[in-house]
Design a protein around this ligand. Structure first.
Ligand SMILES: [Zn+2]
Ligand SMILES: [Zn+2]
Length: 239
């Protein structure tokens, strides 16, 4: 998997179209921001890991990370759409190219994902995966927080960024193996916030890759007294 921004899309598409009006996956016109019904149906019917958000090739199988027991700190994770095609470019534009207006279509996708996979759960608190203060200063915004906040507002579920702090920034995780990611992420998150006691938390992020970040965050939240951690991301890798 590469995380490079497609050359042909870096200028033209991202700047010239109105992402509120087109499906972020296939580009067809939509009446609501996010993805079209056909793309939503395609994602729903794709096989995925029973435990985490990764899309897998074999139905009802666990992905390699879950099979090895590495993603066990969260109860369950789901992503709305696979990290592929146009969606990759929109995520990259959102994350690295200052296209913060994409928070609305992405929040709409998260809302649909919540309705599909978490509507029967009693979520007490929505928490985004944090950036370190250095990275936040450099980027100017936390893309996961932008859409998590909109999601929480729409669902009328309490939201906080105090639930989790990133005390150590990690190198580009995309370049690392699953094992390297886990060792790199050790001690990367911390919290001293006391509001987590007994809470069921929905953790929000933009991409689910190996689950190392989500699992490390979940562990920290549990260590600080949270009861159950669920994870919802906009996209997940296909493995
Ligand atoms: Zn579509
Ligand atoms: Zn898995």
């Amino acid at each position: 998997m590469t995380l490079s921004f497609s050359d042909d899309l870096s200028g033209s598409m991202v700047q010239l179209v109105f992402p509120q009006r087109i499906c972020l996956a296939c580009g067809s016109p939509v009446s609501q921001p996010g993805i079209c019904d056909a793309c939503a149906q395609k994602a729903i019917s794709m096989p995925r890991c029973r435990h985490c958000a990764a899309f897998v090739l074999d139905e009802n199988e666990l992905c390699p990370s879950c099979l090895d027991g590495h993603n066990h700190y969260f109860t369950f994770a789901r992503a709305v759409y696979p990290y592929e095609d146009r969606m990759r470019d929109w995520i990259q534009a959102f994350k690295y190219y200052n296209k913060t207006y994409l928070r609305r279509p992405f929040a709409a996708m998260l809302f649909d994902g919540y309705q599909l996979y978490f509507a029967d759960k009693e979520i007490d608190l929505i928490v985004p995966v944090p950036l370190s203060s250095g990275r936040l200063k450099e980027r100017g915004y936390n893309q996961s927080a932008l859409c998590a906040q909109l999601l929480a507002k729409r669902l009328k579920i309490p939201y906080t960024e105090k639930g989790l702090l990133r005390v150590k920034e990690t190198v580009a995780l995309a370049e690392l193996s699953a094992k390297e990611r886990r060792s790199c992420l050790r001690d990367a998150f911390s919290t001293s916030w006391t509001g987590l006691q007994g809470k069921t938390v929905l953790l929000i992020d933009d991409i689910f890759t190996t689950g190392a970040t989500a699992s490390t965050c979940a562990k920290e939240l549990l260590d600080q007294g949270a009861k159950t951690i669920y994870v919802l991301t906009i996209t997940a890798v296909v493995i």
